[in-house]
Design a protein around this ligand. Sequence first.
Ligand SMILES: [Zn+2]
Length: 273
Amino acid sequence: MNRRKFINLIGCSCLSLGVHACTTAPITDRKQLKLIPESKLNAQAAQIYEKVKQKEKMSDDLKALNEIKEIGKKIEFSIGSYFDRENLDNPTVNFDWEYILIENDKVKNAWCMPGGKIAVYTGMLKVTKNTNGLAAVMGHEIAHAVAKHSVERASRSVLLNTGTKIIDIATGGKISQVNRTTGMNTVGLLSQIGIMNPFNRKQESEADYLGLIFASLSGYDIRETVKIWERMKEANKGKEPPEFMSTHPSNTNRINKITEWINEIVLKYPPIT
Ligand SMILES: [Zn+2]
């Protein structure tokens, strides 16, 4: 059996591993493997986040940073309110939200570590262009954390016994290449928590869907999301990684799906604030 087949197999065989090894993603109810406690990953992420703050240049654009924080607060609030209202467990109850803006115009990227540690690079702002665009990107990144995609990925790597590290680490060669082309000082660090590794297609699709819901609940115009992906495609032409696109591969199918979901989500998840 090859590795990919095995990964597909464990993705839907939670039952054979026992009840405690299994959980479901919020809202979509997709079955997920959970062998690593969330608290362990959150603690590891928080440590790496502190190092990123020391090693990267923080932007002094307070206006942009405040906008990021404002969008983040709205999303935090709407997620909490939504799960309370629906009488569901709030998946962000153990989050310690934090937001930074990293000064690096070459990096068109943003991420959210397990536990709600968020970073936006100044290069990303050139693509998001406006508040709704930024909310779309942040909603997507936050959705990865809310749906515990890193816990799932780390659990798979434990099951596959791919090594002692929690998450596969990029090779030294790849790290130094990315360092050179972008001036990022923290590629190796970020790899340790999986930030430089793409999520799988199901997780990406789920983050698209949940991200639209969270942005809509927070009162943003989610129709901007499609435009972001198109601008991102354009900005990425002939460029080296790591762009938002390399960790978030885009294609027509993805954009079509998002377009398809928008009307339904606008109606089903109106602003909660
Ligand atoms: Zn993603």
